[in-house]
Design a protein around this ligand. Sequence first.
Ligand code: PTJ
Length: 247
Amino acid sequence: MFRIPETHPRYKSLLKREKIVAGIEAGITSRQGLIAHGRGEAFDYLIGERTLPAALRATEAAAALLLTAQKPVISVNGNVAALVTERVIELSELIGAPLEVNIFYWTEARVMKIKEHLEQHGATNVLGDKADARIPGIEHARARVDKDGIYTADVVLAPLEDGDRCEALIAMGKKVVTIDLNPVSRTSKYATVSIVDDIERALENLILMIKEKKKGEVKLLEDYDNKENLQAVINEIMERLKNEALR
Ligand code: PTJ
């Protein structure tokens, strides 16, 4: 990896770029993943590279939903595997959910590389190599899922997802939690709970909240409305941008 000095004002952001580049070099991340990451970065600039209050509320709704799920599954793509390997494994263990490799720019080699990468870092339950079921209504490779995994899950955590699979999972009766820096993406709009935050920050908060919630009785956030929450995110972004240049 290119060495970024910790004193650099954009250290965290530059380090994430390096992780994506290293992911590509290791055969884990797609080249298109760079473009997706750049789009995420642009939204993160507008957000202020911090967790918005409305995103924290969505994270709390997600924590409750994942903890009360009968059969949660965490979908992992090439960007997720490169950016948050340890965190996604920790979350999987905390909620007893398998990780399922599911990629858009599908090649068998990349599926196997991501699976191996997760296992080398300690993951013990990684699915996605069977791909013995299909999500109805999707023609691209993301339709390929494991029967024992996403296909029969009741709640799917699908970070950096594409809109049509999110819509198709919802049409199958599943609840979908997504993490996406774009509050107006189709994924954000379709999901049951959309966390508009960077994946590193979102998983860090999610893990903390889940650890805290596990100490007591877990209740769903009954008054949580995803569309209202997304609007709150957009309002918080607009509020932040007022007078930004004068600061
Ligand atoms: O590994 P593959 O083949 O499954 O490909 C993965 C990507 C991400 C390339 C693929 O799913 C894709 O093309 O995704 P999209 O449609 O570009 O959507 C990715 C979304 O994730 C966009 O809305 C970005 O704003 C958002 N995003 C990018 N980086 C981050 C992010 N959201 C949270 N944290 C990030 N670090």
